[in-house]
Design a protein around this ligand. Structure first.
Ligand SMILES: [Fe+2]
Length: 411
């Protein structure tokens, strides 16, 4: 659905003289419906749970994405708009200091009211107001509001992914191993372990061209790549089992100091969601507990684990520049749609980057410290959301995302 949404957006934005407002209305409906489709298998209790400070309740994701449109689109641009509930700004603002005070993130799971039904009504209230705004907008208003709608839709797609990763983490705390969707199947993946030469020399990375990108993908700029070979395929569970069998989680000398501290404090001895039952390894998936498939890409590993694995293998994680150049050259299997891939690049501004003024300037720029870049996209990313220039970022211990890796060998 979302791939179709994106193509509708791009086609209509580029085509002068078509019903731009109608195209945005359709795109808005499609993205909003995808969020509800993802939430549909969840009970009211499922929608409330918050299993750690980094995750959010599904109900909160549904309300926060709605607040985003209310706060940044409707209140500044829709004269006479009446908030659904003036208290919701405090509850559902995530981190926008410019938008006012907000509820403490680790306590989102304590908010039993509004209940899920009220959140559904909130979504309907805002949906109707957005559609009405689009219907009444002349060309000048459309030019002003469509960039806000566009970022609001891409923002909602990001939360669609988080809705799945967060509920899987919650289910992983449940001894009965619940399934989000028993019919869910992992994506098909290419299999192999050969490497391909990196195109050495000067290349351009970052977003350039038409269409949407987040501000952190710009400015495009030149990078210098040295010679080396990058894995065509993602690292597999089978390779990870070799790492484990060779004492990977018990060898301090393979780990960064902070990573080894996590191994000890968290008791890590396998990727996230892996459980050993009668000697066999299983993993909790969106379809419930399944045997670990040695041929499938490893998933739910932290940066610390990816880094230790690379050291054990006598190789390195690629830089984000190496990843993007190789992906643009078509050298990488499963670059998108399976697992985000850790790079060894710190999440920093590209040369010349400046955050936009105002609240939406808080979207990416203020997080450019103490996190690592992941490239690609995952099985939970809405189709059409990611790009080869897309920069995801998480703290090094994080492993509740669908995160894996590929390696680079400088020989
Ligand atoms: Fe958000």
């Amino acid at each position: 659905m979302s791939r179709a949404v994106t193509s509708v957006l791009e086609r209509n934005v580029e085509a002068a003289g078509v019903d731009i407002g109608g195209a945005w209305t359709e795109a808005f409906h499609n993205v909003r419906a995808e969020t509800e489709r993802r939430a549909a298998p969840l009970s009211v209790e499922d929608q409330l749970v918050q299993s750690m400070a980094d995750t959010s309740p599904a109900k909160w994701h549904r309300a926060h994405t709605t607040w985003f449109f209310e706060q940044f689109l409707l209140k500044p641009n829709s004269p006479g708009y009446r908030e659904f509930d003036p208290r919701f700004g405090f509850l559902f603002n995530s981190y926008y200091v410019a938008a006012g005070p907000r509820h403490a993130r680790p306590e989102r799971g304590l908010v039993t009211r509004p209940d899920a039904t009220e959140v559904t009504a909130y979504r309907g209230h805002v949906d109707r107001a957005v559609v009405q705004l689009l219907e009444r907008a002349d060309a000048a208003v459309l030019a002003k509001i469509t960039p806000v709608i566009e970022i609001g839709l891409h923002h909602e797609q990001q939360h669609q992914e988080l809705l799945l990763t967060d509920i899987l983490h919650a289910f992983a705390q449940n001894p009965t191993n619940p399934a989000y969707d028993r019919g869910w199947r992992p994506p098909g993946c290419a299999r192999g372990n050969d490497a391909v030469d990196l195109p050495a020399g000067i290349h351009s990375i970052g977003f350039h061209g038409d269409g949407f990108c987040f501000d952190n993908e710009q400015p495009a700029h030149q990078v210098l790549l040295r010679t080396g070979a990058i894995g065509r395929y993602l690292v597999s569970n089978g390779e990870w089992l070799e790492f484990m069998a060779d004492g990977g989680y018990a060898s301090y000398d393979l780990w960064l100091s902070d990573g080894w501290a996590k191994v000890e404090s968290e008791g890590w001895n396998a990727p996230g969601y892996w459980r050993q039952i009668d000697g066999a390894w299983f993993t909790l998936t969106l379809a419930g507990l399944k045997p670990v498939d040695p041929a499938a890409p490893v998933c739910h590993v932290s940066y610390y684990e990816a880094d230790a694995f690379a050291r054990w293998a006598g190789k390195d994680l690629p830089t984000e520049a190496e990843w993007e150049v190789a992906a643009r050259a078509g050298l990488l299997a499963d670059a998108l749609g399976v697992a985000w891939q850790w790079t060894r690049s710190a999440y920093l501004p590209y040369p010349g980057y400046r955050a936009a003024p105002g609240a939406l300037g808080e979207y990416n720029g203020k997080f450019m410290i103490n996190q690592m870049v992941l490239r690609g996209s995952s099985l939970a990313t809405p189709a059409g959301h990611a790009r080869l220039s897309y920069r995801n970022f998480f703290h090094p211990p994080a492993r509740w995302q669908f995160s894996g890796l590929r390696l680079v060998d400088y020989r």
